[in-house]
Ligand binder design. Structure first.
Ligand code: 8QM
Length: 404
């Protein structure tokens, strides 16, 4: 074979930093550049390959045999670098070890198991919305609703109560930053790693949990032999890591979407049963979890490009969720579309196991709000909170018009 003939075409190279503050603040332009550059792009800055088109992101997510999670789903390679905490038994594991913890949590978070929460959460949402509206028509929809509601209901559902719950978002912020490079966002929280980890780990112990929550059910699964007792606290930790910031910023995405799309709010008010679809459309549109990595288990060919064994692959979930090759008018938040198939919850064997919990929270809050509020509008510029993985918020100043 000659040196020039039959050589694979060169992979497009991009030297942008997807974890730099300007890109984290407004990722759409880089997403466009990456999708347009090709099905696989080499990111020179981090020496990783990236996927930003729906087809390739979806294909990688469902192919756990070639794209493993056990070496970590962040930039750090757990085979060569010490993880900042013991790896998650779910997120950072592959079959077969991944499967038993997954099954346990799947049953605990499945729709039938959540039915008992529905009325309580609906009542909590109604009460919270009444209280917020009772204080006035202008408020911060991020702090007063999007972050307040999950914190009001989720810790109780897990069984950790409300004491120390101010640690939950800072812990999650740290955990989601840790999937990215060790940049200023990670360094800013380094002094709290030990303290916040100790608090969270303490909440995972059997004695720290109430008898009727998700946490107690995980320990009961260990008693039945479905897990080891050593695994139980780590599975509880997964709930506390994955279940707070994600829902907070998912709800914020909904509220931002409705504040900027009044006609969609009217549609929701006319059809409150579309609250769940609205949540999924908001997750597609904003992708609260923007990125995750995998590691190639062998030299693996993706749309003609060979990704070398043992290297990291960065998947842009947010870019895939707005790929015009998959979605008509992708930048539009539109309750008339069918958002199913979005990769905002991932896809395949690791697909978000808490999504029914998240939808239930969204349904409770959105329907409570839809019953009382005719219109939501922004009164100022929303502020993002920058995180290496999460598309997150600091503030969403709004004015609402009560329904008559
Ligand atoms: C991301 O700790 C965990 O098991 C875990 C942490 C973060 C997530 C998932 C699982 C996807 C929301």
């Amino acid at each position: 074979m000659s040196a020039t003939a039959e050589r694979a075409p060169a992979v497009p190279v991009c030297d942008a930093d997807p974890f730099s503050p300007p890109v984290l603040d407004k990722p759409e332009e880089l997403h466009h550049v990456l999708r347009a550059a090709g099905p696989v792009v080499y990111l020179s800055r981090y020496d990783v390959h990236a996927l930003a088109r729906y087809e390739e992101v979806h294909a990688a997510l469902v192919d756990w045999q070639h794209f493993e999670s056990g070496a970590g789903v962040g930039l750090a390679d757990f085979r060569h670098e010490e993880p900042w905490r013991p790896p998650s038994l779910l997120l950072e594991a592959d079959p077969p070890r991944h499967d038993a913890p997954r099954r346990v949590l799947r049953d605990i978070l499945a729709p039938p198991a959540l039915r008992r929460l529905r009325e309580t959460w609906q009542a909590a949402a109604e009460e919270m919305v009444d209280q917020v509206l009772g204080r006035g028509r202008e408020f911060d929809a991020f702090t007063q609703l999007a972050s307040a509601f999950p914190l009001r209901v989720f810790p109780d559902a897990v069984g950790i109560g409300s004491e120390g719950q101010e640690n939950l978002l800072p812990y999650g912020n740290m955990a989601f930053n840790a999937f990215g490079p060790v940049n200023d966002l990670v360094k800013a929280d380094a002094h709290r790693v030990a303290e916040l980890s100790a608090w969270v780990n303490g909440r995972c112990a059997r004695e720290a949990l109430t008898e009727d929550g998700f946490g107690a059910r995980i320990w009961a699964a260990a008693d039945r032999g479905d897990l080891t007792h050593a695994q139980a606290p780590l599975v509880v930790r997964s709930l506390l890591t994955a279940g707070v910031d994600t829902t907070v910023h998912g709800l914020a995405a909904c509220l931002y979407a409705f504040a900027t799309h009044p006609e969609q709010w009217q549609r929701l008010r006319e059809r409150p049963e579309s609250a769940r679809v609205a949540f999924d459309e908001a997750v597609r549109w904003q992708s609260p979890v923007q990125t995750f990595f995998r590691t190639a288990t062998t030299d693996v060919s993706v749309s003609g490009t060979v990704i070398p064994e043992g290297t990291k692959i960065l998947m842009f979930l947010g870019a895939a969720n707005r790929d015009p090759a998959r979605w008509a008018d992708p930048d539009r938040f539109d309750l008339a579309r069918d958002p199913s198939g979005h990769v905002g919850f991932g896809m395949g064997i690791h697909q978000c196991i808490g999504q029914h919990v998240a939808r239930l929270e969204a349904e409770a809050l959105l329907t409570a709000l839809a019953r009382r509020v005719d219109r939501i509008e922004l009164t100022g510029a929303p502020r993002r909170h920058l995180n290496n993985t999460l598309r997150s918020w600091a503030s969403l100043p709004v004015r609402v018009h009560p329904a008559t």
